[in-house]
Write a protein that binds this ligand. Sequence first.
Ligand code: KIV
Ligand code: ZN
Length: 519
Amino acid sequence: MNTKEQPKEKLIIFDTTLRDGEQSPGASMTKDEKIRIAKALEKMRVDVIEAGFAISSQGDFESVKAIANTVTESRICSLSRAISVDIERAAEALKGANAGRIHTFIATSPIHMKHKLQMAPEQVLAQAVGAVKIARDLIDDVEFSLEDASRSEFEFMCRITEAVIDAGARTINFPDTVGYSDPIEYGAMIKRLMNTVPNADKAIFSVHCHNDLGLAVANSLAAVQNGARQVECTINGLGERAGNASLEELVMAIRTRRDIFPVETRIDPVHIVPTSRLVSSITGFPVQPNKAIVGANAFAHESGIHQDGILKFRETYEIMKAEDVGWSTNKLSLGKLSGRAAFGARLEELGISFDSKEEFNQAFVRFKELADKKREIFDEDLQALVSDVQLGTGADDLTVIDLEVLSKSGQLPHAKIGIRYQDKDHRAEANGDGAVDAIFNAIEILVNSETNLQLYSVNAVTQGTDSQGEVTVRLEKDGRIINGQGADTDILLASAKAYLNALTLMRNPGRLHPQLGGV
Ligand code: KIV
Ligand code: ZN
């Protein structure tokens, strides 16, 4: 190992969990959930948080705005296509930000320009420059992305990059939009661009890699070795299709192999595991056990030889310390005797706030109910409980008022359910192939949603048989996919909540997708 440290350059960590991450089918998040994730990212010292795509829906606009008004230590960014309405909407959402950024983009590959945009390269160039100028009139910090850069023609990329830097873009991003590149090719592309574009020194070169071939992190690291000084990434590698480069893998690779990387990040890694859990619990996307850094087995040693080695000298089989990335921060938070003040203080430490006193009171009542059923309440329990309260409070939310399930061997399970919707109570009962099926059938008698159930999964929030079960239900209707969540120590009740949550979300209008033509 090379022990002689060279002075390090700064690598900007740009997190897009709330934007590209939310483009994972079914990973939509509410405003409150996005604020909680943004606060966790801020605590982790992420440099730039892409909080959303303001024009895509009223909900996204409100989320970007709320995050811009709440987070002070990270720069807040909104995505916008290279058109004035998008850019103006992004600027409006970012008005309250301590430090804001508009990220505007247009596709530059022949395949996208011809088939998606139906524009000539010269038109694309003119539109890119125009968009950056409009954005710069509204905000100081403008990032420009050449969508599908890895499949774009080199000469054209150079021209457009030079022109948008002249127009005032401070960061130029070269996405591997379809996850097509490989580390040697992608690293060489970044190096060649930096050496060819005459005003390259006036901007930060950034990368944004998708994981279609499982190379997103490798490609990003190759780009860093070749001069990129911003990486775009997401918690748990969430993102469109196979996802984006995972923040935790990038950050820990750079930290662990500081002998080979010429850069350092500001990230405080101790917040990595709690943030990963928060994102997983909010989106309902479980983390695979063998996932690097944040998977349950990432620091578990099964083989006797390995265990023996670890006991003799940890570094025989471990290149990182589990506690450095937050594995031991599974804090025992509160118990049955904890009062309102202790509950409120712990929520504040976790970055959780409520819109109203009534919501806080509801959460406190739920906490007391949970503490009656479960002796030890951990931070994960509080996160799950708060998600549950925040999801079920609107009059237009479908909520469970009571549930009775009869399940006896040799007989078909039977469920009776009461649901509240717009202040009215509705009841139904049904049989099913299993207890959960009976519950969903009873709900369908009332709502007749015409949705298809695509996924049903249960995860234990903490350890032990008294753990809350966190249920994810994925529904599909007319191509739209929605994930619903529910948590309870009773997994049948959690299942009913998750199904109703998915149905509630399904009623909200969909968001505009950033990669739509529309320019
Ligand atoms: O993958 C991509 O190209 C993007 C851009 C909008 C930056 O997400
Ligand atoms: Zn992307």
